[in-house]
Design a protein around this ligand. Sequence first.
Ligand code: SF4
Length: 112
Amino acid sequence: MTLWFIRGIRRGVVTTRYPARPDPSAASLPTPPAFRPWELTVQVADQLIAVCPGGALRRDGRVLVYDVGACTACGRCAAQAPHAVTASGEFELATTDRSALIKRIPILRETR
Ligand code: SF4
């Protein structure tokens, strides 16, 4: 702590260069999921909905509706179905349009 304080005074910079430059620590941040539509069945989608603690997932027929704004990037859905869900690697999700955070993912697989 003291070292960083002295370093900051000496350099005049106390924060990272983000957003002008990507912060290296961003690579280790948990990120919201990305879904593989061709690996999603209705059953898998319902399992994902059941494990999601934030209510970020719901199903509309053969469409998985994903509310990125309600997602906490907890990773439970990816742990439940790693063949169908992966980390997106994307964490810069700010928007002025709330509806832009609602994603509709088609459920393309019939059975598993
Ligand atoms: S990462 Fe967590 S909060 Fe986000 S959709 Fe998956 S289970 Fe829900």
